[in-house]
Ligand binder design. Sequence first.
Ligand SMILES: C[S@@+](CC[C@H](N)C(=O)[O-])C[C@H]1O[C@@H](n2cnc3c(N)ncnc32)[C@H](O)[C@@H]1O
Length: 226
Amino acid sequence: MTNSDIEAAYQKLRPDRAGQAEAFDAIGDRYDEAFPHKEGQLSAGEWLTGALRPGSRVLDLGCGTGVPTSLQLADAGFDVVGVDLSRRMVELAGGYVPAATFHRLDLAELRPGGPRDLGRFDAVAAFFSLLMLPRAEIPLALRTVHHLLVPGGLFVLSMVEADVDDFRIPFLGHTIRVSGYLRDDLRRVIETAGFEIVREDSYTYAPAIADVPPEEQVFLCCRRRD
Ligand SMILES: C[S@@+](CC[C@H](N)C(=O)[O-])C[C@H]1O[C@@H](n2cnc3c(N)ncnc32)[C@H](O)[C@@H]1O
């Protein structure tokens, strides 16, 4: 997919963000209370810290409160940049991880030739953020990650295993729209976007609140292939 193909696809898709940032603006700190015990996420972060040189530039895409990932990566001595659609999440992240730099933006703005350019990164983390996009946009977001990485750069992500597209779910008293894939389909989408999957883990996760059912979380550690 060329850069102009990506731009044309975004223009055609015109993703609808209505309610997505507002939910996270309102949820704020309750997100971390509802989703404690992030062993899978921390373990994928450790894979990055073991593989990168000190001082590497790392992007936390859809960083939320910055806890645990931006914090873990900043503590490991990396130059961390976090971005999130939710103004409140960016505010919280700035407070929790003063060593990192945070921007309120839509990850679609970082597409090749898009309106925002934060430069290139040695690694990108996208934990449970791509699942907030409609399925038609996920390959475009993955091509954006590919474009943001230096050749051979590292990419860690997590998704919830589910065969859904832009599906409305109740979430901490709000409604958000989420997408997912079954495991083999997820692998295929990642590989087609130009990544080699080098590690895969999955966890059954029960959030600490009543209105979110237990979920199967998939963590993939990848390398930009070309
Ligand atoms: C489920 S939370 C995960 C937060 C964090 N990565 C973590 O694991 O704790 C998803 C985050 O993605 C952000 N997000 C959703 N759509 C986004 C978009 N289009 N661009 C940037 N961030 C987005 C939300 O505001 C939210 O903070």
